[in-house]
Write a protein of this length. Structure first.
Lengths: 784, 480
């Protein structure tokens, strides 16, 4: 080898070495973005998350270094293989998890300095872009590679799309109520939601499985037949002849008639399909005897006599009698009762010894008269329903149902569902079914509605769990809802409307986890008398209380410190509340305002029961409730495989406290349980069904380090600052928007809560929330 | 007449006959798009035809169209696939089948199986690796239920973006799509979960469903006996009325589809997933209309009356739902079904077993003898009801045999020891011959670490032999 060659070779070697160990010849992947990420990490994370003893074993410093290394490798010819190692895939996964935590506000932890929302969002955008590029590059080089890391890829993509979801059951029912003026209990017909993020409105579980679609279509048809039946399905006719009748009492068939020899009844098994006027035709005869003719009465279940009549006729000439009556839907079984059985065996004339009754047939017709129309369809006085009335009603109702203006062809299409040549009523029936089965009704697509209507849909969904009313739609049409002040105005109006009880029924019950309270079964041997009816009352107490808190503009702090509640007799008995505690006269349903000890949600039996086990209290659950629902400091879940405390721990707080010692003595458990258990133990003065009892005083530590020695002190501590207001604001916003909060939404909500504090009213908090930009559906923008 | 009109539903023809006679598979009876060759592939069945299995199917040798006809003529009634799911694991020391093959002794929790032992195989060493944490931390109940029939490790999320996989029952249902009124039935006794916290950061959708139509679409369960009854038998109206209602419904569906198209355009780049789901559901309903609901069976034929409501007693509720499932199979309303005894992680008490504390609390017994005994009691109850169900299937005639002869009925869960939350050696039983696919073998101990999905794959392949993988399967288990 000549000198020049060897120099050349050496040069090659040197430059090759240089390119490996010094600056790369091509830049690493997503260099600009990762610079921003690195800056953020160094400012907010690195203190805890570096080195071999990094918190949560997340060494971000090492991750950053490896990223640059891999970046080099990926863009250096011959080293691409290094980019597809297992380590790289799991690194990407760790980045995605870290991003999720920062995005949801879980990191940095509450005690650490918090980055401003703008910085968090900038980080989020940068890191997503970087991850997207990294995953792309891995995929392109080895399709199917880094599959584990790619799991998170959708998370990166999906976040920027507005969420479309179907209506919840509660929203469906209330929408039907407001559109047609009738409150229908759908029972188990409508599909159930799988809640996410704590609320059924905020959930990916609101999908449309084929079962759900079928149910919604079934529901639409049933609503239409209930509120606007057409003639064909309305007037019914039922005929029961002898063999189709049932006899209760001794007797026999006689020439095709049912005959009774003694007291008893002859019945037709039937039920009234709807409220209305019905005509019953009875054809009967009697074997006469004694002084009076056969006497029958006509009765309908439940036990109501419609008519009493005499039947002097005999077998060869049966009597037909007609009777009309108002019946209620579901009324069952029509009875012909034989009133005056008679038997005198020693009467001289053998044919006058025995009185018997026979019924040849029973015919029922009804409901009589024209079918009803929806309560919300108002006809001019004296007018008959015609096609133009129907068309107008359909247009107005579809506008409300779809939450937007509807076009002529849509109205036409709805009216045509009933087919050609259909009568106005049939058109109405078809149009209503079609309206309720349409995705424009069934799906909440706020972001895709015309401008202003999205805000209207959101306002109605939030405050009424229903469709917007005409006033709200008008405001949307005029573009007023773009202005926060106008939205606030509408919100005030809507909160004053009785429909806003929906907030208590839907939001409050979910926030306080008492929604499914009636499915709980406290051990009857330990808690006799705590039955389903009492549980229903407990739940109702919380609902009425929350509704009053909003309507009467009570301050947020009264969520904890209020000294009144709303109870019925059952609850008063259960809680030992006496006559002198009653503050108001009972309303029509027996509910009245009562004075109670201080405590707000912390004393309401519904919540106390929901945070207990069937046989005993659970201080852990109660502590967790306080932390999660009131302070927004949900503790992380327990590690797997942790055994439970025994069921027979008894109601005595002390022995439970002993067992809780186990939590405190193990440092791995103590970190969370120190606070959670102690708070829960303070609430041991309420048993598993919410009754007051004696319990020893305990020292409890709050997450921020404050120490309290009684439930009284706990309550004061909970309302001493804006924490409660913040929690409520965040929860309300999640419920209203249907998704977890973005960093900027969270920041805006916290700011608002801080301003109002614990002395601001719930009412005001709600109104101010709708003013936020974060409340609005944002078509196509990131993080709606 | 369109092809749709000429499509004679097999049931329609059978309905008119006094005795149950099996008809050859006429071409016109095949659902859209299925050729005779495909039918013969179906008839040929899955791997592992046992020698001497009931109703010899297309004996492998040359799948000609003749053999397909012949196969049907010898009584190859359709296969049914059913999965029964139990939550919270079992008391592990009491689920330990001893002895192999038919020599095994059913004791402990398994004791009630003795009454139907000739119909079952009890498996050991089947596992679900993907139900383990794999670095995701707590949330084992949600993971287990989600993994049970999918074999996939679910994404840890509380709501915005759930994702797991397609479950085995849905893979089978897809293969059979169009042959029955319902592609599949998902039944249970507990509805969706409470609001508030579900399992440790996992959406409640994971714990409350085992059947997944798509990776993000769980199939909601039917828990109301009354509603199920209505779906199977319709409202009981006279034929003219039903015809009128069908026409109206079709009209409603047409309108809904047009509205969906309009909405899809308006959504543009937005989330069209719900609209797509909606349209799929609509097409499902439409197909049922097309299949001719005029042939709806009369419940009186089965001695049935509409249930009044949902029984408050858990056991009664369970039995009613399973009885209705048997009816559904008899009227060929579906051939694929899943049933959840309760949602995973359930904390319900069992008053009829004299158990007043919660199931979940009991399952984490920590060695407490009294709790373990209660836990065993629950397990026995679950196995008892399964045995009862199997027995009923064995007593229900179906073509030339019984429903059990033509069904594969699996029972199991994705947690073994409720206290330890492990996912190896899961409690799994399979009953029924599946029209020749399964030869009951008593206790079958598989090699350690065999994926449960291998069993599901074998079951799914009895519906469609071209399925290659399911979840984390490494090959189809031999059931014969």
């Amino acid at each position: 080898m000549g000198l020049s060659t060897s120099i050349f070779l050496r040069a090659v070697v040197i430059s090759a070495t240089a390119s490996v160990s010094a600056a790369p010849s091509t830049p690493p992947l997503a260099r600009e973005e990762m610079k921003r990420v690195s800056a953020f990490v160094h400012a907010w994370c690195i203190e805890c998350h570096q080195g071999s003893d990094a918190e949560g074993e997340l060494d971000l410093n090492a991750l950053l270094t490896r990223w640059n290394e891999v970046g080099h490798a990926a863009s250096t010819p011959g080293r691409e293989g290094e980019a597809e190692t297992e380590g790289h895939a799991s690194d990407l996964q760790r980045w995605i998890e870290a991003l999720q935590r920062v995005d949801s506000g879980k990191m940095p932890p509450r005690k650490a300095p918090q980055p401003p929302a703008a910085e968090v969002e900038a980080l989020s955008t940068a890191l997503r872009e970087a991850l997207r590029q990294a995953l792309d590059s891995v995929e392109s080089k080895q399709p199917g590679g880094a599959a584990g890391a790619a799991r998170g890829f959708d998370f990166i993509e999906k976040r920027e799309q507005p969420i479309v979801r179907r209506l919840t059951r509660g929203e469906y029912r209330r929408s039907v109520r407001d559109l047609f003026g009738v409150d229908i209990d759908f029972g188990s017909l409508l599909p159930v939601e799988d809640p996410g993020n704590g609320f059924d409105t905020a959930s990916d579980g609101l999908s449309l499985s084929p079962l759900a679609v079928e149910r919604f279509i079934e529901a639409a048809e049933r609503v239409a037949s209930a509120v606007a039946p057409d003639e064909a399905s309305w007037n019914g006719r039922w005929f029961f002849e002898g063999t189709q009748l049932q006899r209760a009492g001794s007797g026999s068939m006689s020439d095709g008639a049912q005959m009774l020899w003694s007291a008893g009844r002859i019945s037709a098994n039937w039920h009234a399909p709807a409220d209305g006027r019905y005509r019953v035709r009875v054809r009967s005869w009697g074997q006469q005897a004694g002084e009076e003719p056969v006497r029958l009465s006509l009765r309908v279940e439940p036990r109501r006599t419609i008519a009493t009549f005499d039947v002097p006729n005999e077998r060869d000439d049966p009597l037909t009698t007609e009777h009309t009556s108002e019946l209620v839907a579901g009324a069952t079984r029509v009875d012909v009762v034989f009133l005056n059985d008679f038997w005198k065996p020693d009467h001289p004339d053998p044919r006058r010894r025995d009185r018997n009754a026979a019924v040849v047939s029973i015919e029922i017709e009804g409901p009589l008269g024209p079918p009803p129309t929806p309560k919300t369809l108002v006809l001019p006085p004296g007018a008959e329903l015609d096609a133009s009335h129907v068309a107008e009603f359909v247009r107005a109702t579809a506008t409300r149902a779809f939450r937007r203006p509807v076009e002529d062809h849509e109205v036409r299409s709805l009216l045509d569902i009933a087919g050609e040549g259909a009568s106005p009523r049939t058109q109405l029936n078809g149009a209503i079914a079609g309206m309720l089965a349409a995705p424009s009704f069934l799906l909440r697509t706020d972001a895709a509605l015309p401008s202003g209507y999205g805000a209207a849909a959101r306002l109605a969904g939030f405050l009424w769990s229903s469709v917007p009313d005409d006033a709200l739609l008008q405001a949307a049409a005029e573009g007023r809802l773009d202005s926060p002040a106008e939205r606030a105005l509408e919100a005030r109006r809507m909160l004053d409307d009785p429909r806003s009880r929906a907030l208590a029924e839907e939001f409050a019950t979910q926030w306080l986890s008492i929604r499914e309270l009636d499915r709980r079964v406290p051990d009857p041997s330990r808690f006799p008398g705590v039955d389903a009816a009492l549980l229903a009352s407990m739940r109702e107490e919380t609902i009425r209380w929350f509704d009053a808190m909003v309507r009467e503009r009570r301050p947020v702090r009264e969520v904890i410190t209020c000294e009144w509640s709303v109870m019925d007799e059952r609850l008063m008995r259960h809680g030992g509340v006496g006559r002198d505690e009653v503050l108001s006269a009972p309303d029509a349903d027996g509910w009245r305002r009562v004075r109670v000890e201080r405590g707000g949600v912390l004393r309401q039996p519904s919540i106390l029961l929901a945070t207990s086990n069937p046989t005993r209290t659970s201080p852990v659950k109660r502590g967790r409730f306080v932390l999660a629902a009131l302070l927004d400091e949900e503790p992380p879940p327990p590690p797997p495989g942790v055994p439970q405390l025994p069921a027979d721990a008894g109601d005595h707080g002390a022995s439970i406290a002993e067992m809780m010692e186990r939590h405190r003595s193990d440092p791995a458990c103590a970190a969370c349980h120190r606070s959670m258990d102690s708070i829960g133990l303070l609430l041991e003065r309420y048993d598993a069904v919410g009754r007051v009892r004696n319990a020893p005083a305990i020292e409890a530590e709050l997450p921020d380090g404050r120490i309290v020695h009684s439930s009284e002190q706990l309550m004061s501590a909970l309302v001493a600052d804006a924490a409660l207001a913040r929690t409520l604001a965040r929860r309300l916003l999640v419920y209203a928007t249907g998704r977890s909060l973005s960093p900027s939404a969270r920041e805006a909500s916290d700011h608002l809560a801080d301003e109002l504090g614990a002395s601001g009213t719930l009412h005001e908090l709600i109104v101010r929330l709708v003013e936020l930009g974060a409340f609005l559906p944002d078509a196509g923008g990131p993080r709606s | 007449m369109s092809r749709a009109d000429r499509f004679i539903h097999r049931r329609t023809v059978l309905h008119g006959l006094a005795a149950t006679v099996t008809l050859p598979l006429l071409d016109a009876m095949l659902p859209f798009g299925r050729s005779r060759a495909a039918a013969s592939a179906l008839a040929d069945g899955a791997i592992g035809l046992g020698a001497g299995s009931l109703g010899a199917i297309g004996v492998g040798a040359g799948a000609q169209s003749a053999s397909a006809l012949g196969a049907a003529a010898t009584g190859a009634a359709p296969r049914r696939l059913i999965w029964l799911f139990i939550p919270n694991g079992v008391e592990a020391t009491s689920w330990a089948p001893r002895g192999n093959g038919h020599e095994w002794r059913p004791d402990g929790i398994l004791e009630p199986i003795a009454s139907v032992r000739e119909h079952v195989s009890v498996f050991s060493n089947l596992c679900h690796r993907n139900a383990s944490a794999l670095g995701d931390g707590p949330g084992d109940h949600a993971r287990s239920a989600a993994c049970f029939l999918t074999g996939v490790h679910p994404r840890k999320t509380a709501g915005d973006d759930i994702q797991v996989g397609v479950s085995a029952d849905q893979i089978a249902a897809r293969a059979l799509a169009g042959t029955t009124r319902f592609d599949s039935l998902e039944l249970g006794l507990e509805q969706g979960m409470e609001s508030g916290n579900c399992d440790s950061g996992y959406s409640c959708a994971y714990s409350g469903n085992v059947s997944w139509r798509g990776p993000s679409t769980p199939n909601a369960k039917e828990t109301s006996p009354r509603e199920l009854f209505e779906r199977l038998f319709g409202g009981g109206a006279p034929p003219k009325e039903r015809a009128r209602r069908r026409a109206l419904r079709q009209s409603i569906l047409d309108h809904a589809q047009a509205d969906a198209a309009r909405l899809d355009r308006a959504l543009g780049a937005g989330d069209r997933r719900r609209v797509a789901e909606f349209l799929e559901g609509v097409r499902d309903v439409e197909r049922r209309i097309e299949a001719g609901e005029a042939a709806l069976p009369d419940p009186a034929d089965f001695g049935l009356e509409a249930p009044r409501g949902t029984p408050t007693d858990h056991r009664e509720h369970l039995r009613l739902m399973l009885d209705l499932l048997i009816v559904a199979m008899r009227i060929d309303a579906t051939r694929v079904a899943t049933f959840m005894y309760a949602n995973e992680g359930t904390n319900r008490p069992y008053p009829f077993l004299d158990i007043r504390d919660g199931h979940h609390d009991i399952s984490h017994h920590g060695g407490d003898a009294a709790k373990m005994e209660r836990f065993r009691r629950i397990g026995r109850f679950q196995v008892e009801e399964y045995a009862r169900f199997v027995q009923k299937l064995a007593e229900t005639p179906d073509g030339e045999g019984t429903l059990l002869d033509h069904a594969l009925v699996a029972f199991g869960g994705a947690i073994r020891d409720g206290n330890r939350h492990d996912h190896d050696d899961l409690p799994v039983i399979v009953a029924g011959r599946g029209a020749g696919v399964h030869v009951p073998g008593g206790h079958r101990a598989m090699s350690t670490g065999t994926p449960l999905c291998n069993l599901w794959l074998a079951m799914a392949r009895s519906a469609d032999s071209t399925i290659e993988r399911q979840g984390d399967s490494t090959g189809a288990l031999t059931l014969s």
